[in-house]
Design a protein around this ligand. Structure first.
Ligand code: GLN
Length: 209
């Protein structure tokens, strides 16, 4: 065997050892409470329509947070979410990552409450602000995200933005129900409970840029 062909063989072997380049996006989903499985479904559907490859990382402890390209904070009950996370320090790792890495974030309902309480968005929020009669309801809302559209807003014991919303993207009548502050989107409704994927698609598009 000539020396040239030996070096060719070596090149082939080297290539075998190299990691395969991947455009796979890793989306972190805080798993402590909330409509997690619905978010997973929406994320996979949105990825398929955008022809993006994603994996969903279920975030349960602080070490899970490392290396994610985008984050979803689902809603259900913000106090329970805080309590559930205390022992594992998951949320401190999440807040640190948002501040340092500026990854795109989608916070829905209780997720939006946490983002506001944490001071990660300027918009202030009041919990359970729609009162008993309207504790849970569905209503058409107006959205301005890559153009104007309508959206079926599902509000479940929803909070209300009170002040500081400088970057609104969604309105229920004249009231702001969604904001986009830099890399952070906070919604008082539940897009994961509808078939419309525009908010999840926004997150994936941002993460892929
Ligand atoms: N009412 C809940 C809270 O204050 C939020 C409701 C929700 O996430 N659907 O935490």
């Amino acid at each position: 065997m000539s020396s040239q062909s030996i070096s060719e063989l070596q090149t082939v072997d080297m290539k075998k050892c190299m990691p395969v380049a991947s455009n796979m996006l890793t989306i972190g989903l805080a798993m402590l409470q909330g409509a997690r499985h619905e978010h997973m479904h929406s994320l996979f559907q949105a990825a398929e329509s955008l022809e993006l490859e994603i994996e969903i990382r279920e975030l349960r402890k602080s070490s899970d947070v490392e290396g994610i390209d985008a984050l979803v904070l689902p809603g259900v009950e913000s106090t329970a979410m805080r309590i559930a996370s205390r022992s594992e320090d998951l949320y401190s790792a999440i807040w640190e990552l948002i501040e340092n890495k500026k990854i795109p974030v989608l916070g829905t309902c209780a997720g939006a409450i946490l983002l506001s309480q944490q001071g990660l968005i300027d918009t202030k929020i009041e919990r359970n602000a729609f009162g008993r009669q309207r504790e849970s309801f569905q209503s058409e809302i107006d959205v301005e995200l890559n153009g104007q559209s309508k959206f079926q807003g599902v509000f479940i014991r929803a909070p209300r933005f009170t002040k500081g919303s400088k970057s609104p993207i969604a309105w229920l009548d004249n009231e702001i129900v969604g904001v986009l502050e830099n890399n952070i989107m906070a919604l008082t409704f539940h897009p994961e409970l509808t078939d419309d994927l525009k908010f999840h698609a926004w997150l994936l598009n941002e993460a892929s840029e």
